[in-house]
Design a protein around this ligand. Structure first.
Ligand SMILES: [Zn+2]
Length: 100
């Protein structure tokens, strides 16, 4: 019991019951509708993603919301992730001739 997780591992890890309990709970609670508010209106498209509203280490249902793929992608790109994905998607898969 040293409390080591507080210092070094700062990456957000999903709890063991994420896929079995938390995720389905949030999707059901939000009626499988995207909870993102765009220009003052609820997106409300079919949601298949669950997103952390605030702290990524806070897995309470109050901190979770259902999102559609688009909105989730937009949020992720703000965090710098989807930018990489976007680049990957644009480029056809091919091996660099000079690379082994
Ligand atoms: Zn949406």
């Amino acid at each position: 019991m040293s409390g080591g997780w507080q210092g070094s591992t700062r990456k957000a890890e999903l709890p063991a019951n994420w896929y079995t309990e938390l995720r389905p709970f949030v999707l059901t609670r939000d009626k499988n509708r995207c909870q993102e508010v765009i220009d003052g209106a609820l997106c409300a498209r079919p949601a298949n993603q669950v997103d952390h509203i605030g702290d990524r280490d806070d897995h309470r249902p109050e901190n979770l919301q259902a999102l559609c793929e688009d909105c989730h992608g937009r949020k992720s790109s703000r965090q710098g992730n989807a930018a990489r994905w976007a680049v990957r998607r644009q480029r056809p898969k091919e091996r660099h001739p000079g690379l082994f």
